[in-house]
Structure formats: structure tokens, C-alpha cells
Design a protein around this ligand. Sequence first.
Ligand code: PSU
Ligand code: MN
Length: 298
Amino acid sequence: MLVTEEVAGALAQQRPVVALETTLVSHGFSEGRGLAAAVESERRVREAGATPATVGIVDGAIHVGLTGAELERFAEAGTSARKVGARDLAACLAQGALGATTVGGTLAVCRQLGIRFMGTGGIGGVHRGFAESMDISGDLLQIARTPAVVVASGPKSLLDVGATGELLETLAVPVLGWQTATLPRFYAAEGGPPVSAVVSDSPEVARICRAHWQFDGAGGLLLARPPIGGIDIDVLIDEAVSRVRSQNLAGQAVTPAVLSLVHELSGGRSVEVNRQLIEDNAALAAETAVAYAQLQNS
Ligand code: PSU
Ligand code: MN
């Protein structure tokens, strides 16, 4: 594993570190927008007083902390970069492929290094029609088994958000609503199921994390932050989901295909919301990482 000096130094001194993923860079956007979101996310993490640790697989090694040139490779590769969940890490490494880590893949790396905070846009979850397809994102199991907080604007709204909330409960993942009582739905702030606890500030999140991790074997938490300027595009999402389904796409290709169709159908409006919420979630992940470090040192 190649950990940059900046990240290794921060971890060694127990300073706040925030992991960021690369699937959203390669698969989540087109035309370099993923690169802009990644660069700005890193800037927001630093601005909040934490060290960004963007994770990706380059030339047969896991990189924790990416150079600008490496980030550009992920953006330029687009969907030709492998989408790497936890189960894909080993093959990607051994085969020397370029691998963009998902939330689940990134968390597997966080577990090795002891990184306790990560930011992303929306987590994967239980897909609509899961009873037939059995398509349930690997993100959920990785969140459950990694002692880390994932800051996201809830599950992506192309999923069955209610079923995702239920499965998070089954997996004993606390779902903390950032100044909200309901689980945000990625593009939309409203309309999701209730969260398991409402939180009002980052010191409170830090106290809950510390208490949670005192239980033997406790895993991850989801900190769900509603998007600012969220949009209700449920009709467009329904349309995109059914079009992708009729193309017989399955597995890893589903989420990127639906996202890109939603971006097209919304005339770019959803792209803007998506980019903004990714950056804001990175900043909140950093704020909570800082609060947690302060609590640990007090
Ligand atoms: N957030 C975004 N865009 C994305 C993702 C998150 O705003 O593309 C990615 C994450 O990497 C997440 C993945 O892990 O989508 C979920 O994919 P799937 O549903 O195939 O598990
Ligand atoms: Mn899937």
C-alpha cells in the first residue's frame, strides 16, 4: 500500500484524516466533472483542518493520497477504470489494472489503516426490484463491518431508499440525521424514512461515534446530510431506472448508467446538485473528524 507522507504523518500523529473515493471520479460523472469534484473535495477537507486521503488503485498498488496527475488518470479513464468494491481489490491489484474504489472498496482500505472518516455523495444500497435481481450494494456490508463514519446524502434516490434504511437497521448501522429527522434521498432532502438519531453538531457526532466504538465489534455509522438546494426529480429517476432496466444492464453497470441518464434527462441540474453535495459532505466529514480528534485528546 502506498500511503503519501502527508497521510502517513497525519495518521501517525492521530490527526484527523478523511478518506475519499474514486468511483465517483471515473464512473459518477462525465467530461472531467468528477475531477473537479474530487479536487474541490480535497480542498474543502483541508480548509476544515483535516488531511484528505483519496484512495485508488494505480499500477498494481493501493494508493492512499493521490497526486493531481493520478486523479486526472481516473477522470480520463472514465468507465474504462475498473469499479472496485471490496471483493474486486485483490484481482485489480494482482492484474495491475486501474481501479476506482467505491465506498465499499475505500472502506476496506480504511479498515487496514484505521481511517475513521470518509466522505462521498450517496451510498449504494438496496436496488428497486431487489427481490428479483438480488442487487444490493456491497457498500452496506462494508459500512457495517468498518469502524468508520460515512458522510453521505443518504442512499442514491435511484434505489429503494426505504428498503435500504431497513437493511441498515438490520446491519446495526446507526443512521445519524444531520439536523434532520429523515434520511435524505441524495438529490432530494425530503421524503425518506426516519433516521435512528438526529444530531445537531459535530461534537455530538463525535460523542456518538466514541460511544458506539466502545461496543465490542461495532462497525460503521452513516452520517446523512441533506443536500442544500436539493431537487425533486423522482419522475425523471423513475424514467431513467426503467430505461436502464429495459437495456438489460445489471450489476456494477446499473448505478453509473442510471446516474448518467438522470444527468442527461435533468438537463444538467442533477449534475450540479451531485457535485455540490459531494463537496459539502467532504467538508462535513472533515469537521466531524476534527471534532473526534479533539474529543480523543481532551
Ligand atoms: N456518490 C456519487 N456518485 C457515485 C458514487 C457515490 O455522488 O458514483 C458511487 C460510490 O462509489 C458508491 C457507488 O459506492 O456509487 C455505488 O455503486 P453500486 O450501486 O453499484 O454499489
Ligand atoms: Mn449492485
